[in-house]
Unconditional design. Sequence first.
Length: 251
Amino acid sequence: MGESKLAGQFFDAAIGLLQKVRDEDAAEIAAAGAAIAGAVADGNRLFAFGAGHSSLAAQDVVYRAGGLALMNLLAVPGVVGVDVMPATLGSALERVDGLAGAVLDSSPAKAGDVLIIISLSGRNALPVEMAMNARALGLTVIGVTSVAYATETKSRHVSGTFLKDHCDVVLDSRIAVGDAELTHEGIEAPFAPASTVVTSALMQATMAAAAEELVRLGIEPPLLRSGNVDGGHEWNGRVMTEYGDRIFFRH
């Protein structure tokens, strides 16, 4: 059996998008990395939030080998993944007013902290409200979204605004509305979404920029090592002890 033409087309599409965000989001990635490094240097905390499949990129930088130990997941019950039953409930909860505010108010997040909010469309009540409330609390908000949705769809938040309108830094994933890269004769719906690949790459590039800025500031980046390499557990134990007051996924 030969290689798949459609599989190759997906790789080409994903590579093209990665090159695009690398070139066109470079200044924003550097700014986001600087904001994260500044929070670490000032003794503040780091949080990431995403709903539905956007949560995958948030989870990818929490308690991760090669990642910053200080990154915490700001979880909203019922919207983090497809484990909620029925899965459609998660989508419905993204449109509920007041949920984001309730979660933020009961979280440890406070002024000076950094919150990364990931939402492909940026149009639902949850990410918009999360960003608005976080900034009102004095947090620095980094939004990871597709700005195209703001011109091609309508907001579902009462304000009529999108996530991008309430961020200190916006990383544009440049994913087309609908999040499907391929079409094919005989297949009625478009398919092969690339948002997870691109958004995760934006997140990891931002973490790399933050580590680079921390070194420039003379601070050893508080990174975790793999527990599957010799000495990894001991290393992680030291990092988690030193920064324990800013790590919330252990309690």
